[in-house]
Design a protein around this ligand. Structure first.
Ligand SMILES: NC(=O)C1=CN([C@@H]2O[C@H](COP(=O)(O)OP(=O)(O)OC[C@H]3O[C@@H](n4cnc5c(N)ncnc54)[C@H](O)[C@@H]3O)[C@@H](O)[C@H]2O)C=CC1
Ligand SMILES: O=C(O)[C@@H]1CCC=N1
Length: 305
């Protein structure tokens, strides 16, 4: 607990360990939203990804160690299978002056903290729509979860306690309320942030982190359907994408139950109910439910690797 200094949102430097697709989505989103200038975002890579990150102004080093040394917030965005080795390698350079963040699917905070050697750590589960400012990020009360090192109840700020009273209110040694607010602000600039207990994280991953891929698949398939029904490909893809955007916006902005919104579209004896009948015959809802459950289960498996 020696070096817990607050990190300023305005001047904070964030560094990605792992210059992949998720890091790119977050970095692009953060820079485009204006929450941080590109000069405050850094990563390391020697290959092709270097050019991608440089193209939107990010500083790209050769080594992960340089990223750590030049960042206030270090975001681990490598694959679950390598994160342990990567954190252990960097451990000598990690200090409690830095806030550590993981977007890695499946890997638990207690393991991350143990590998890093300190627990000023926050776990976040974003999704790639971060790049266009409409991410859904689950941020657990993991900063309030029990640390294997020195668990304690957080009672520095009454209003904060009231807010989290109905959930788990223990936290890792070192992540502070201000750290949580900083990460909420950064991820809030690229989409909507929810807080949830860490035990819900695999389910969150199976739904909102993997979910964009299900919908991209659906958009592609819907566009194929349009082509099969005679539409030109470009028109069909445009219609399918915009329709999904419109449907999601309507579900969010009206707050109506999706079943009601569905009923509003389906006229008696009309076209929509004919389409829905086909979807139901093929088990459409069950298939989507199974996809989320299978992805959540895979997240659980990854935590055991
Ligand atoms: N892609 C997505 O939609 C989401 C991904 N995530 C999580 O984000 C993490 C990254 O996923 P993606 O960006 O999709 O994967 P990716 O494969 O695009 O990116 C991983 C990057 O890490 C780099 N890398 C590998 N070993 C490294 C090392 N030792 N040091 C530095 N960099 C190294 C790779 O070269 C690659 O560029 C994963 O843990 C995943 O679970 C979480 C939510 C959504
Ligand atoms: O497929 C994956 O493992 C990552 C995690 C969630 C989305 N993409």
């Amino acid at each position: 607990m020696a070096n817990i200094t607050p990190i300023s949102t305005e001047s904070c430097k964030i560094g990605f360990i792992g210059a992949g697709k998720m890091a790119e989505s977050i970095a692009r989103g953060v820079i485009n939203s204006g929450v941080l200038p590109a000069s405050n975002v850094r990563t390391a890579h020697l290959g092709l990804r270097r050019t991608v990150f440089e193209s939107f102004g990010t500083k790209v080093f050769d080594q992960n160690s340089q990223v750590v040394q030049d960042s206030d917030v270090v975001i681990f965005s490598v694959k679950p299978q390598v994160v342990k080795d990567v954190v252990l390698q960097l451990r000598p350079l990690l200090s409690e002056k830095q806030l550590l963040v993981s977007v890695v699917a499946g890997v638990k905070l207690k393991d991350l903290q143990e590998w890093a050697g300190h627990s000023r750590f926050i776990r976040v589960m974003p999704n790639t729509p971060a790049a266009v400012g409409v991410a859904a990020s689950g941020m657990p009360f993991c900063l309030f979860l029990l640390s294997p090192y020195s668990a304690r109840v957080y009672i520095r700020d009454d209003s904060f306690l009231k807010k989290v009273l109905y959930t788990v209110i223990t936290l890792g040694d070192a992540a502070t309320k201000e750290d949580g607010e900083l990460i909420s602000k950064i991820f809030g600039a690229i989409g909507k942030v929810w807080t949830a207990q860490e035990k819900l994280f695999d389910a969150i991953t199976g739904l909102s982190a993997s979910g964009p891929a299900y919908i991209f698949l659906a958009i592609e398939a819907l566009a194929d359907g349009g082509v099969a029904a005679g539409l030109p490909r470009e028109l069909s893809l445009g219609l399918a994408s915009q329709m999904v955007l419109g449907a999601a916006s309507m579900a969010v902005s009206t707050g109506k139950h999706p079943g009601q919104l569905k009923d509003d579209v389906a006229s008696p004896g009309g076209t929509t109910i004919a389409g829905i009948h086909e979807l139901e015959k093929a088990g459409f809802r069950g298939i989507l439910m199974n996809a989320v459950v299978a992805a959540a289960k895979r997240g659980q498996e990854l935590s055991k690797n």
